[in-house]
Ligand binder design. Sequence first.
Ligand code: GLN
Length: 506
Amino acid sequence: MTDSKLRNTCESTNMDFLNNLTIKKFHEGLASKQFSAFEITKAFFDYIKKNDSQINAYLRLTKDLALSQANKIDVELAEGKDLKILAGAPLAIKDNILIEGEPATAASKILENYRASYDATVIKKLKEAGAIFLGKTNMDEFAMGSSTENSAFKITRNPIDLERVPGGSSGGSAAAVSADMALAALGSDTGGSIRQPAGFCGVIGLKPTYGAISRYGLIAMASSLDQVGPITKTVEDAAILFKEISGRDELDATSVNFQYNDDELLNPKLENIRKLRIGIPKEYFIEGLDKNVSEAIEETIKLLKSLKIEFKEISLPHTKYALSCYYIIMPAEVSANLARFDGIRYSRATSEKRKATTLKEIYFKTRGEGFGEEVKRRIILGTFVLSAGYYDAYYSKAQKVRKLIKEDFDRAFKEVDVILTPVSPTSAFKIGEKTDDPLQMYLSDIFTIPVNLAGLPAISIPTTNNQRLTTKDGRKLPVGFQLIGKPFREADVLGIGQYYEKLQAV
Ligand code: GLN
């Protein structure tokens, strides 16, 4: 297709073309020469230009990089080279993941002038697979938040209702995919940052098993909890991306050499899916759960039952301690990880800073001015729980509670294969609604945090297909459901998810 023909197609169908494009469809179109990688990449940039001024999903576009990557794929295609599944696929990348030569700020002023000197392992793998990077997406500063309002640079809006938050911290990535400004995206998840924004924006988000994906080149928040993962329009696309970016990496000692069965991930068989038992934990259906959420979950359970999957009520008795446990372990790790931003490394010394005469002055001018309120709150909290007099009372106790939470899941997984819960207690809230009340903000991750503490894989899927719509005319906001799997059993949650999508398509 020529450039102008493509533009006509896009304009005449009101961009239906990009709206319906998934990784799978894009690959088929590229392989059958319906369009070139360059044309689609350009169409994405045009679309972003037109729409992102309202949504603010991107912090920066990487146009030069993307167009040269696209050209390279088109040349390879013309030479008759084998086209890999992700070749030419335009993706959005959360700004805490390093792309060599590009700025990476993690939405913090302290990294305003930082440029990555190497590729994160996930980026290296995606480059080898031929993927294209459209730009870096907005997020809560250092991934600390649930609404993307903690970004030092701008507030991202939920594409479904511009008065609402897209969730966080990977809000920019989820909004970009939901608004068709990228084919798919990468996010990171420490306590829910992939799943919650995916739920709020009506897209798919996968938090892989701890150790499934290398964290090398991910700007660390809390290293025992962080994982990179895909945000996509379909579960199948999440499986495709997961397969490409997972695997053991010498550069991340916590990554695991687990051999996934690709066929099981990408082409799950219904007869195997039917053998899976799903547990419903009673502790997740609590007061404070919005009615629209509980109703949507009920409907989902009904739909899944029509696949003849068996359900069972289970108990995860230590759930109520998860949030407090997380808000001790996470800040402790944050305080250690963020110590490296000492105003000397990672950021250019501004002339202002050079005037500082003592180390303390440097810290005030850099850490004092460069970190936002939420980041400072967590550094202080973390330093406190690790301090000599309080270590046993807080940090080491929280580690014991973490073990109890993990054991709850171990016990439950003797009875069931997968656990189904809501992603969040509410759907997307209004911008500004929770910014003055950190505790209320923290509560929006109550159902996602236990999964990180236990290191398990979990996916967020919209409860129905037709909810990626505006609320202006009274239609519903998206509600996500979460499927939690056994360690390294991404295939189970992706498999059920893929069949759930097929049910919705009927
Ligand atoms: N919203 C949670 C927090 O603020 C989780 C963040 C994340 O997963 N990065 O800590």
